[in-house]
Design a protein around this ligand. Structure first.
Ligand code: DGL
Length: 262
């Protein structure tokens, strides 16, 4: 593998495209290979054991494509599998938890941070652990918001049902007076507007995808793996329903995808 190899990104489905979008914006010269495990999505409701097993399989699939680093775009995978992946493989592997947690820990002013995520991510306690490692005074209030994922997949970004569910999920965080909320799931950046309106405009929303793209840039630079010129090529693979992936992907990526392969 060298600078011309692609960055590998995997997710449980198509939500990880929010990370790809940020990567393309920040690193336009880089080739990217994306793998979405659409046959087994969602991960956020599954057990730790299943999530770890699937994450290792996804990593092997990307390694077969000779990627130079791997971004685990899925928060649920990052919560449970990042340590065992790093232990097993030698190439750089980056998850989405630590970059988002660090940003929130540094940017909060009242040390009250909300984390919204899938049930698996909340149960793992990883966001809270990373935040408190960075900022011992921080108090973390976590809330699983499982209905947000299907709402996003339906494309109901600004629907009365979405607004009502957001009010119900986020009420606790508002009451807890958090000044910062981590969007701890790949799908939630697409609900940014509804979440911002529900929480109030003074609340800072931290999107892990942006932090991750910055981190990838730094890692490639440090490892002398940056591809410095030319247009990056982007390839997309899924484990099921490629046509459907291509259709919904536009919402996540902000551009259409020409070919999705199995
Ligand atoms: N990609 C998942 C995550 O970020 C959300 C969808 C799922 O539950 O698989 O946790």
């Amino acid at each position: 593998m060298d600078a011309n190899s692609a960055i590998g990104v995997f997710d449980s489905g198509l939500g990880g495209l929010t990370v790809v979008k940020e990567l393309i914006e920040r690193l336009p010269h880089e080739h990217i290979v994306y793998y979405g495990d659409t046959a087994r999505v969602p991960y956020g409701t599954k057990s730790k054991e299943s999530i770890v097993e699937f994450s290792h399989e996804n990593t092997e699939i990307l390694l077969n494509r000779k990627v130079k680093m791997i971004v685990v775009a899925c928060n649920s995978s990052s919560s449970y599998a990042i340590n065992s992946l790093k232990k097993k493989y030698e190439l750089p592997i980056l998850g989405v938890i630590e970059p988002g947690a660090s940003a929130a820990a540094e940017q909060t002013r009242n040390n009250r941070i909300g984390v919204i995520a899938t049930s698996a991510t909340v149960k793992s306690g990883q966001y809270a652990r990373h935040i408190q490692r960075r900022n011992q005074r921080a108090e973390v209030i976590s809330k699983a918001c499982p209905l947000f994922v299907p709402l996003v997949e339906e494309g109901w970004f600004d629907d009365p049902a979405t607004r009502q569910i957001a009010r119900r999920y986020l009420g606790e965080l508002k009451q807890a007076d958090v000044d910062t909320v981590i969007l701890g799931c790949t799908h939630y950046p697409l609900l940014r507007d509804v979440i911002q309106r529900t929480m109030g405009r003074d609340v800072l929303l931290v999107d892990s995808a942006r932090e991750v793209a910055q981190r990838v840039q730094r890692i490639l630079h440090d490892k002398k793996l940056t591809r410095a010129r030319g247009q990056g090529r982007h390839k997309f693979y899924v484990s099921d329903k490629p046509q459907e992936f291509g259709r919904i992907a536009q919402n996540f990526l902000g551009q259409s995808i020409k070919a999705v392969r199995i």
